[in-house]
Write a protein that binds this ligand. Structure first.
Ligand code: FMN
Length: 246
């Protein structure tokens, strides 16, 4: 089906690109991609997100450092910080002379809205033959990155997005089988979940052999990722920026 449907074909061709030609992304391409991405569904039409393009080469170099030395942050044709944004809603409340009442739901709402927008944006750029790489590394030293971007109260940077002309073909990382994700009527029993992960491990092991990293698989990598707590400063940081988790 995906051969006949250009949207499915483009989605199915995704791979993250980490090496880019030094070609800038023209503003008219960015505008077209952002306008299309804004049509993503948004909770109750609240549009709780924004993106900040970082254009200054020195700032890009500094952000590359802050994201853990990810060179594509400095090198890509364009780099954006994707943010959950409740500031507009707070400004409306202030103008109405009423308090803005934030809680876990408003944090989730803005985070989900921003993420749906971001994936739509990534796909829009990919449909224009750009490569993309999302950068969760933006959260590694988030207070410093936020200061650089002059992030105000009520706005929460979530991750970065590199966009540009690819200078590599990294190949595709396989995904879990569809039947691991698509359940019907009730959550699958553990046996079925393990079976689908075993199947995925076999595919992933072949992927690693082809990438000259034999002996690795998906469950092993996933286990390593969650062995220790991740980015523990985030609760304090997002709280200080107005997020509430109760
Ligand atoms: C929210 C998010 C943050 C990510 N952060 C990074 C990152 O900081 N650096 C990086 O190289 N890739 C990053 N990635 C890319 C993932 O590693 C990649 O999507 C995953 O390994 C699957 O590979 P693929 O996109 O090529 O299919 C991120 C992806 C997402 C969705």
């Amino acid at each position: 089906m995906s051969e006949a449907n250009p949207v499915l074909a483009r989605m199915s061709a995704h791979r993250s690109v980490r090496s880019f030609a030094p070609t800038p992304v023209p503003d008219e391409h960015i505008e077209a991609a952002v306008a299309a991405a804004q049509m993503a569904s948004t909770s109750s039409w609240v549009q709780a997100y924004c993106l900040i393009q970082v254009t200054d080469p020195d700032e890009r170099a500094r952000l590359a450092e802050l994201t853990g030395g990810q060179k594509q942050v400095a090198q890509a044709g364009a780099f954006f910080a994707l943010c959950a944004d409740t500031r507009r809603h707070r400004m409306i409340a202030e103008r109405e002379g009423a308090p803005y009442v934030g809680n876990l739901e408003t944090f989730l709402l803005a985070t989900v809205d921003a993420t749906l927008f971001a994936q739509n944006l990534a796909l829009a750029f990919e449909s224009m033959d750009y490569g993309i790489c999302m950068i969760g590394g933006l959260r590694t030293r988030l207070p410093e990155a936020s200061e650089l971007l002059a992030i105000p109260h009520g706005v929460w940077p979530l991750f970065g997005l590199c966009v540009g002309k690819p200078a590599e073909d990294p190949g595709q990382r396989p995904r879990l089988p569809v039947n691991a994700i698509w359940m019907k009527d009730r959550y699958a029993d553990d046996e079925r979940v393990f079976a689908s992960m075993d199947a995925h491990d076999e595919v992933a092991a072949r992927y690693y052999v082809n990438r000259e990293s034999p002996g690795r698989n998906w469950t092993g990598g996933t286990w390593r990722k969650f062995k220790a707590p991740l980015r523990e400063h985030l609760l304090g940081y997002y709280t200080s920026m107005g997020a509430r988790f109760e």
